[in-house]
Design a protein around this ligand. Sequence first.
Ligand SMILES: [Zn+2]
Length: 249
Amino acid sequence: MSKIGTMSGKKRQLRSLAAVSLILLLVTGLIFGASLLRQAGGEEALLAAGRALYTGDIRQKLIVDAGHGGFDGGAIGIGGVIEKDLNLSFSLPAGDFLAVMGYIPVLTRTEDTGLDNGESTIREKKRADLQARLKMMSEDVNVPVIMIHQNKFTQSQYSGAQMFYGTQNPASKQMAEQLRSGIVRYLQPDNTRELKKATSDVWLLVNCPAPVVMVECGFISNPEECALLQQPEYQRKFAFVLAASLDMG
Ligand SMILES: [Zn+2]
């Protein structure tokens, strides 16, 4: 009896050992499987982007330049929407998301003001405004700059975000590619717009010594996109993808 009893005790031990091993295998498999799934689904990149939330290991300063402002409205879109207002509506949440991610965002403006000094003519104001922005962008060549603008074209069918990169710092193109691929991946899968190298008509882009990208968020000359660009939810989504894309390398 006692022998049988011992044997059945060993069997019980074996059974529980087998059960524990099976559970361990399942758990390991699930963790590994979930990790593979995340990689396949592209979630890994977003998770990586959010890692600074937990580690707080990013203390990178970054300038967000909300284009135009105050005396300078920028382009006028469908229904009279003014570019400077949209630029601010994208820049403010971008700054918030960057701060949460551990960056130190520096916005060129946080309200409807230009960076002029009250010069007497629009031409002088514009000149002072651009020089003030360039000064901020030039203080440290290691501080990247994202310029937020809206696009406009004479024909209304064109839509989609587009990135223009600065000519002075070689890191500008890489940053533009990160922003482009993030927007395509998470917001605009059909967007085939290529990166554009800045031309001399965008003075800040060709004069900024730091890595700099001008993000044209969308076309305010396209009725559907112009309506979308005015939605706070879309503005926040777009701003989040911009912020997260910087960390996706
Ligand atoms: Zn503009």
